[in-house]
Ligand binder design. Structure first.
Ligand code: ATP
Length: 326
C-alpha cells in the first residue's frame, strides 16, 4: 500500500526550480531515502510533504490526506525531525518531551509513552538531565524520540546524522531500523551520506537539481551498473588483456601496467583468469576487485560524485550550529 504519493509536485523560488515535477510513491512500512548533494531539493520536497511549504504546482497525499486541503490531518499523521536543532536547552529531556506531547494533545499514558520512546533511543538514564549537558548525538536521539511521542504513522528525518561522528552515526542508524521493526512505521529520510542510504534504506530516490534521477532499492541500483570492476597488475598487462578477450571480456583498459575490466560476479571470475594467466606464464603482481557502491551509481546517473558537491559552507555552518545546540 502506498502511504505517500506525489503527482508532479513542483516548488519554485522565483526563477529557481528547487523541486521540479516530482512524482514518487512510498510504500507503507519502509525506509525511504532521498539522496542528493547540497541544494538538490531534498529539504524543500520534505517541507512540502509535511505542509510547511506550499507547492507551486502539483499535488501530494500523505497517509491518504491531501497536503493542500487537509494539512491538519497530515500533521497529525507525521513526526518531523528537522536539520536545525529545536530542543529547549534549559529544559530536561522529559520536559521537552512533555511540551511536545502537550502541543499534540497527548494525555493518555504520557509517562509510559515517554519511557518507551526514550528507551528506544537509549536515553532512559538521562531523562531528567538538562539538555544543554547533552552531546550532539544525544540531542539528535532526543529529537528523534520527540518526533515519536504522538505515535506518528510516518516519521520524516532531514539529514538525521549530519555532522555526527561515525560511531554515533552508526548507533542512530540502528535506532532508526529499530523504529521500523517495533512500530511498523514508515520512515522518510534525506541524506547526502552514501553509506547511510545504503545501510538503512529499502528504497532510494537520487535527486539532483530538483529532479528524481532514479528510484529503486540500493541493490537494484548497484546491480544496474555494468558489474564489478577488476584491476589486475602485471608486467605483461597487454598480453593479459589479449587473453581476457578469449574469455569473452571484450572491453578492457590498459593503464600503468594494469588491465581494468568490468564483469558480473568478479570474485567468481578472478580464479579462472588467474589460472589462465598462470597457464600462459604471465606473472600477476596484484588483483583488485571493486564492487559498485552508491557513489558509483550517483556518478553513473549524474556524471559527478556526490563528494564534489559536499562539504559546503552551508554544511559547516549547520554542523557548528548543531554542535552549539543553536
Ligand atoms: P541540503 O543538503 O544543503 O539541505 P537540499 O537538497 O535539502 O540541500 P534545499 O534546501 O531543498 O536542498 O534547496 C534546494 C534549492 O532551493 C537550493 O538551491 C536552495 O538554495 C534553494 N532554496 C531553498 N530554500 C529557499 C528559500 N526559502 N528561498 C530561496 N531559495 C531557496
Amino acid at each position: 500500500m502506498k502511504i505517500i504519493t506525489t503527482e508532479g509536485i513542483t516548488k519554485k523560488y522565483n526563477e529557481l526550480c528547487a523541486v521540479d515535477n516530482v512524482s514518487i510513491e512510498v510504500s507503507r512500512g519502509g525506509i525511504f531515502g532521498l539522496l542528493g548533494p547540497n541544494g538538490a531539493g531534498k529539504t524543500t520536497l520534505i517541507s512540502m510533504l509535511v505542509t510547511m511549504r506550499r507547492p507551486t504546482s502539483g499535488s501530494a497525499h500523505v497517509n491518504g490526506f491531501d497536503i493542500a486541503k487537509q494539512p491538519d490531518k497530515v500533521r497529525r499523521s507525521i513526526g518531523i525531525v528537522f536539520q536545525d536543532p529545536s530542543l529547549d536547552e534549559e529544559l530536561t529531556a522529559y520536559e521537552n518531551l512533555e511540551l511536545h506531547a502537550a502541543m499534540y494533545g497527548v494525555k493518555d499514558n504520557l509517562k509510559q509513552t515517554i519511557d518507551e520512546v526514550v528507551e528506544l533511543v537509549g536515553l532512559k538514564d538521562r531523562l531528567h538531565s538538562i539538555v544543554k549537558t547533552f552531546s550532539g548525538g544525544m540531542r539528535r536521539r532526543l529529537e528523534i524520540a520527540r518526533g515519536l511521542v504522538h505515535r506518528p504513522t510516518i516519521l520524516f528525518l532531514d539529514e538525521p546524522t549530519l555532522g555526527l561522528d561515525p560511531q554515533t552515526r552508526t548507533a542512530i542508524w540502528e535506532y532508526i531500523k529499530d523504529l521500523r521493526r517495533k512500530y511498523d512505521m514508515t520512515i522518510v529520510l534525506t541524506t547526502h551520506y552514501m553509506e547511510e542510504a545504503d545501510s538503512i534504506c529499502d528504497r532510494i530516490a537520487i535527486i539532483d537539481h530538483g529532479k528524481i534521477i532514479v528510484l529503486d532499492s540500493p541493490s537494484v541500483l548497484k546491480d544496474s551498473l555494468l558489474g564489478d570492476t577488476v584491476t589486475i597488475e602485471s608486467p605483461q598487462a597487454k598480453k593479459l588483456a589479449g587473453i581476457l578477450k578469449k574469455t569473452g571480456i571484450e572491453k578492457c583498459t590498459l593503464h600503468d601496467g594494469k588491465v581494468t575490466f568490468c564483469v558480473n560476479s568478479g570474485e567468481k571470475r578472478i580464479p579462472e583468469i588467474i589460472g589462465l594467466a598462470k597457464d600462459r606464464r604471465i606473472p600477476v603482481s596484484s588483483v583488485n576487485l571493486h564492487k559498485p557502491t552508491l557513489d558509483d551509481v550517483f556518478l553513473h546517473y549524474t556524471g559527478k560524485t556526490i563528494r564534489e558537491e559536499n562539504g559546503s559552507a552551508r554544511d559547516s555552518m549547520r554542523m557548528r550550529r548543531r554542535a552549539m545546540g543553536k
